[in-house]
Design a protein around this ligand. Structure first.
Ligand code: UDX
Length: 452
């Protein structure tokens, strides 16, 4: 089987996935164009930096740029025609009905196909509903029949993007053209060969990863991505359902999940109950899967239930605080610590911390919020009467209650004395279940966990 040996790659869209992929592939020895239409973002990338916060990424971008192998651009004409492989990493926002908005996916594919060279490979990394690849192949057949289409789902997490990509569990590539699928997998073999030196640049610790390379059919690859995320979301919602039962029955959901997760068949990961999942992936992937199921006449009730439980969690957290305040939030001074949808990122999309802040503010509380990285991004989603501050101390001063909404280590590791000095009868709502409840219980402070 003759596998193409690519030398030049274009990555369409330099967001979390695209920018990481492009910078890493440049370190693997390929000449990589990172195509970003947004001028402000492109300008930042051209300075050798990322426009979002991701640990280790800036030095990887900077060194790639200096090597001349990483070329940020906004021009399809300058990048695509000379490329053997074109990755699509464009955004797929959700429509108001929960389905995926694929307009960027199709327009990027069409624009690229018009310029791609004969027999080049188009790789879809954007998360798309199963069946999208077949439609894009149809489109390609009207533009250039020699192009090959491969789905290469992305599993990187924000906050650990480099680690996840370099020390992967699995790389999946699926398509009808076996050689092209192998070409895509070969890029990752090349990357794997360089991973220790890249990890050193990014200052991340190498782990003993035994990553698998998995070749599949096109539809399977598309479904693998959303199925993996949906299953993780399901685990979280399951843990949150059990947390509600634990609250009523006197059990501690952390103890429960530690023991349940010790069963290798189940696993401990993604069983952390709390304020629910947020971010650019899980909420969208779950609603996208539900809606693509309906398109095929399949009712994925189980995912609707997971979505329902998740949607209830910010309100559940607020409700617990309301009870502690004897049913009256009016005028209560509440500090929200954490607006990023999880620790390690500046991303506040669909963030539970933002949702909790807004619910409390609407209910009449005086809300002050702080996040070490996400203030800027969260600003536009917070109700206007919420005060956003630049430091932890400014956030908590005069608070009646503090809500920990993101598991930043600087919040999770605060000593009991920190809380005591704010207010000796402070209410602490640990919406991420990360605090030492026993240490807090010994003080006069009132600790409220989720299912603890
Ligand atoms: C996710 C997938 O993990 C990744 O494989 C995919 O490529 C993109 O989507 P990401 O959204 O970056 O990654 O974050 P992740 O770490 O998975 O967390 C998602 C959300 O679930 C966060 O809000 C997090 O706080 C929450 N979560 C996670 C829980 O509430 N409980 C858990 O046990 C784990």
């Amino acid at each position: 089987m003759a596998i193409m040996q690519p030398s030049t790659i274009t990555v369409l869209g330099a967001g979390y996935v695209g920018l990481t992929t492009a910078a890493l592939l440049a370190h693997a020895g390929y000449t990589v164009y990172a195509l970003e239409p947004n001028k402000a973002r492109l300008d930042v990338i051209k300075q050798g930096r990322s426009f979002f916060y991701e640990a280790g990424l800036d030095p990887v971008i900077k060194t790639a740029l200096e090597s001349g192998k990483f070329i940020p651009t906004n021009s399809y004409e300058d990048s695509v025609p000379g490329s053997d492989v074109v990755f699509s990493c464009v955004g797929t926002p959700d429509n108001p009905d929960g389905s995926s908005n694929l307009s960027y996916v199709f327009s990027a594919a069409e624009q690229a196909a018009k310029l791609m060279k004969q027999s080049a490979v188009f790789v879809q990394k954007s998360t798309v509903p199963v069946g999208t690849g077949a439609k894009i192949q149809e489109l390609f057949s009207t533009i250039n029949q020699s192009l090959h289409y491969v789905s290469n789902p992305e599993f990187l997490r924000e906050g650990t993007a480099l680690e996840d990509t370099l020390f992967f569990d699995r790389v999946v590539a699926g398509g009808d053209h076996t050689e092209s699928v192998q070409t895509v997998l070969s890029l990752y073999h090349q990357l794997e060969a360089q991973r220790d030196s890249i990890a050193a640049i990014a200052a991340i610790t190498s782990t003993e990863a035994k990553g698998e390379y998995i070749a599949t059919g096109l539809a399977s690859a598309e479904l693998i991505k959303v199925t993996a995320n949906a299953f993780l979301a399901l685990k979280i919602s399951f843990a949150n359902s059990i947390a509600k039962l634990a609250d009523k029955s006197g059990a501690d959901v952390v103890e429960v999940m530690d023991a349940v997760g010790a069963d290798k068949r189940i696993g401990r990961a993604f069983l952390n109950a709390g304020r629910g999942y947020g971010g650019g992936c899980f909420p969208k992937d779950v609603s996208g899967l539900i809606s693509s199921g309906l398109d095929y006449g399949v009712d994925l009730e189980i995912m609707q239930a997971a979505q329902g439980v998740n949607g209830s969690m910010p309100g559940y957290v607020a409700e617990k605080l309301l009870q502690a305040l004897n049913g009256n939030l009016e005028g209560a001074s509440i500090a929200i610590l954490g607006l990023a949808f999880k620790a390690g990122t500046s991303d506040s999309r669909k963030s539970p911390g933002v949702a909790i802040a807004n619910i409390l503010s609407k209910a009449g509380a005086v809300v002050t919020a702080y996040d070490p990285k996400a203030n800027e991004e969260a600003k536009e989603d917070l109700l206007s009467n919420i005060t956003l501050v630049d430091s932890l101390d400014d956030c908590v001063q005069n608070a009646t209650a503090v809500v920990i909404a993101t598991e930043w280590s600087e919040f999770a590791s605060l000593p009991v004395t920190f809380y005591q000095q704010i207010n000796s009868s402070l209410i602490i709502v640990d919406a991420v279940n990360k605090l030492d409840k026993h240490a807090l219980a010994q003080s006069n402070l009132q600790y409220i966990g989720i299912g603890r």
